[in-house]
Design a protein around this ligand. Structure first.
Ligand SMILES: C[S@@+](CC[C@H](N)C(=O)[O-])C[C@H]1O[C@@H](n2cnc3c(N)ncnc32)[C@H](O)[C@@H]1O
Length: 249
């Protein structure tokens, strides 16, 4: 049987890698590294560095280019599903073409494979026989709350995890809202009474942290974000919105 390891590598700091993840990297015969193009080359760079540091020779590195997603499509979900199916074909040819029976392949996933990542869903579409194991990683959520020295959850209270797209469409529907994948600073419309803990490039030398009442820091975040994005060509940021006096019990 072929084996595939889906390894969470943390959110940008090489020291986020867990001992379990390092052992999994050492166990792989071949790695699939999917490159998202020039702008996000640094992200593939971390994967290559971790393989070089923890891989056990002889191993092979197979590179593939991430399929383009139709960002103009009016139906967002359909565009993502189409992209995921094309990703699945890449995984399928890795499993069928690069791994012999008894061999172990690995895919290094940013952050934690269980948090807003399509790898596991795409693997369900792969038509090949293999065993799959998932190694958890430090997510950008954990990195964010640790760097701001705040808890993700307050005592006995829920937290809502969502995307910038949904926050923009629905507004803040809870007292504690963790937002990822926000390209348009949806926090600015969160409403009164929210405090924001914002972080970009968490765990990397470019890390930026800003926190404060949304009404007071929204413009600062917008400006810092636009400048950093223009300078680096890409940005990844995430934030926690927290209502100071919870409305719900
Ligand atoms: C496709 S999701 C991947 C999430 C990842 N699996 C995780 O566990 O963090 C990408 C989003 O994660 C967040 N993110 C990932 N790494 C980050 C980092 N180093 N700093 C800030 N946000 C990050 C951003 O919201 C980004 O848009």
């Amino acid at each position: 049987m072929k084996r595939l390891l889906i390894i969470g590598i943390g959110a940008g700091d090489p020291d986020h890698l867990t001992f379990q993840a390092a052992k999994a990297i050492a166990a792989a015969d071949a790695f699939l590294v999917v490159d998202k193009g020039e702008a996000k080359h640094d992200l593939a760079g971390l994967r290559h560095d971790l393989i070089a540091a923890h891989g056990r020779h002889p191993y092979r590195v197979v590179e593939a280019r991430d399929p383009e997603r139709d960002r103009d499509a009016s139906a967002y979900t359909a565009a993502v599903e189409d992209w995921r199916s094309r990703r699945a074909r890449i995984y399928e040819s890795f499993v069928t073409g690069e791994l012999a029976d008894g061999q172990t392949g690995a895919i290094l996933v940013w952050g934690d494979p269980g948090v807003y990542d399509s790898t596991l869903a795409a693997l369900e579409e792969v038509e090949a026989e293999f065993e799959c194991e998932v190694v958890p990683g430090i997510s950008s959520v954990s990195a964010l709350t640790a760097r701001h020295r705040v808890g993700l959850t307050r005592v006995g209270r829920p937290v809502h995890i969502t995307t910038g797209r949904r926050l923009a469409a629905e507004g803040a529907t809870a007292d504690d809202v963790l937002v990822m994948l926000d390209a348009h600073c949806a926090f600015a419309e969160a409403g009164d009474g929210y405090h924001i803990y914002w972080g970009a490039y968490l765990g990397t030398p470019d890390e930026i942290l800003v926190s404060g009442p949304v009404a007071e820091v929204a413009e600062e975040i917008r400006a810092v974000r636009a400048e950093a994005r223009a300078r680096k060509g890409w940005i990844m940021d995430t934030y926690l919105l927290r209502r100071e006096s919870p409305a719900r019990t």
